[in-house]
Design a binder for this molecule. Structure first.
Ligand code: RIB
Ligand code: CA
Length: 321
């Protein structure tokens, strides 16, 4: 008789954000993960909106029990980072208005919440980072003993061969706070990088969500966000297939075999005029530098889409409304 492994304790740091929202839904829908806390960061939109969006999302999903704390609104060093608000709308969820949560954010800072969760956990905790890495870098700097209790950081960001969506050479999360990202890759904590090489192929099409039409409150929220996200991508790329960047990072924590990784050395360009925020991935080991990151280079796209759509459909049925 096979015994299911104990749920994997996770923290999620996020800037919701439409794809963040679907990623959080996937985490909540997955019994393999034990969501111990959520922290918010400025990125897709400002911190006030990302925090309110995360509170309302957890309320939508009957998870007001999950501690939530706000972190950094601005990057460690940069003063010229800005959200790309066309993608997610000015309040971050594509114009979808969720019911207010019955609580506000925790009075603790994001770093303090992460530190407390790490200290209280009997087993190592996986940190899933879905936005700019400002909070993660702050944790590593301010609470190294707590950070040493991390099992792994699974981050959505960067790219090895597929480099940029914010600039030709940089992916948004890394571009927004390159100094923070550089510190995370150099910290010595195990890191899985789920970058554009795989997330650009982790796409859903409108017809994938047809089973949710006529569903409950979760389905209505999801479809509203997906409709906005799809319209943006049709306008920007001509395609109605939308990259579920952040959900793939959650899927990689949930089911590691959904991606194929290679251990490679990664650092981040922080000074380049044309290359700010570029993840410099030594794919051919030309530098001889010690590999520090498990970089996702391939994915099982069909398995990912089945997992995401299937889990969110089941979640909607369970929550009803
Ligand atoms: O480049 C994609 C990443 O930037 C995703 O995390 C998306 O939510 C945005 O934050
Ligand atoms: Ca995000």
């Amino acid at each position: 008789m096979t015994v299911d492994p104990a749920p994997r304790p996770v923290l999620i740091d996020t800037d919701p954000g439409i794809d963040d929202a679907l990623a959080i839904m996937l985490a909540v829908a997955s019994p393999e993960l034990d969501l111990r806390g959520v922290t918010t960061v400025g990125g897709n939109t400002g911190l006030a909106h990302t925090t309110e969006n995360a509170l309302r999302l957890l309320h939508l999903l009957d998870r007001d029990d999950v501690p939530l704390a706000a972190g950094a609104d601005v990057p460690l060093v940069r003063r010229d980072s800005r959200p790309d608000e066309g993608v997610h709308g000015d309040e971050g969820l594509g114009g979808v208005r969720l019911d207010p949560a019955p609580r506000g954010a925790d009075t603790r800072s994001a770093v303090q919440l992460m530190t407390d969760v790490l200290a209280a956990s009997a087993e190592p905790v996986t940190l899933i980072a879905l936005g700019p890495l400002t909070n993660v870098a702050a944790l590593l700097a301010a609470a190294p003993a707590a950070a040493a209790r991390l099992e792994r950081i699974v981050l959505m960001g960067g790219g090895a061969r597929t480099l940029g969506n914010m600039t030709p050479t940089a992916e948004f999360n890394i571009w927004f706070d390159p100094e923070a990202a550089s510190r995370v890759f150099a910290a010595g904590v195990p890191v899985t990088m789920v970058g554009l090489d795989v997330t650009r192929r982790a796409v859903t099409a409108p017809q994938d969500w047809h089973g949710l039409r006529g569903g409950g409150r979760t389905a209505r929220a999801l479809l509203g966000m997906v409709d906005h996200y799809t319209a943006y991508h049709v306008g920007a790329t001509g395609s109605d297939r939308t990259p579920q960047h952040d959900a793939l990072a959650v899927a990689a924590a949930l089911r590691p075999d959904v991606v194929t990784t290679r251990r490679l050395h990664v650092d981040v360009e922080c000074a380049g005029a044309l290359t700010r925020g570029m993840t410099v991935v030594d794919v051919d080991d030309v530098s001889g530098a010690e590999p520090n990151t498990d970089v996702a280079l391939e994915l099982d796209a069909d398995a990912f889409t089945r997992l995401l759509v299937g889990r969110l459909t089941d979640l909607d049925a369970r929550l009803g409304g």
